[in-house]
Design a protein. Sequence first.
Length: 311
Amino acid sequence: MDETVYWAHLAAVEGVGGALIDELIKRFGSLKRAMEAPLDQVKEIPNLDARTAEAVCRAAHTLPATRAKMAALAKLGLRVVIRLDNAYPPRLRQAFNPPPVIYLAGEFQPGDRRTVAIIGSRQCSDISARRAREYAAELARAGLTVVSGYAPGVDEAAHRGTLEAGGRTIVVPGCGAERFDFTPLADQGVASFADLAGRGVWLSEQPPEAGWSGQGSLARNRLVAALAGVLLVIEAQTHSSTLNTVERGIALGRPVFVQDFATLTQRVMGNEALKREGAGIIRTAADLDQVVAAAGDSDNGRPERTEDPRR
């Protein structure tokens, strides 16, 4: 618990990422010692700006609040997992800049090695929402765990379809635990982290108090891509968050499939771009056997570049 609380505390400090945490441990032996070190010694770390160095040294003063918050999260069924823990998902280590700390509800099961990320627009068409729900249910019945980012539109539909079919889902929101809203899943009997833990996994790198943000959502995309064995795009515009997730997935060697549309509109230009780049084409639920086959049963893929650009 002690080591974990220091990781969680520093990871929530603006400007502190995995590379800096590693450097602090290397230089001072532990994060506790780093937080207690004189400012001039912390400033000696290469490429560390003065503002972040000062924040590291001030962090010890607010450590009790983090301890209290972790205790409160535990009562809700959440635990804090650091990158050194055995509970840290192996696939997450493949991600670009793997988060040093994650907040987790539920346990990963052996069957969660066969995963599909069902992703798409927040403002998708009604037919795309229905497809996401239908495809998620079909893939769940085929034994795949469905991963998505819990955004309105395609993501929420995918989670709902999975739960309706009795499958397992991995929810990766762009916000922290204290700001998470269970309302979209309430009709599936999921109104708490304990409820969700019984039917899948909830995972976020965001500090508990963090709300939704564009930056948080983009950061979330790399985690969705890493946790997925295969990606299925339902509806995407060009230059969209969905295509950002796909780019992350391709960098990891993940197969990509895309919904085909007979009528082309701006809503689906991202789909067309992916088709031109060689993504597998899905026209109806009958084509989903391709996705099941591609998901396989192993931790496929390759590590993405892992340098942490933050200091």
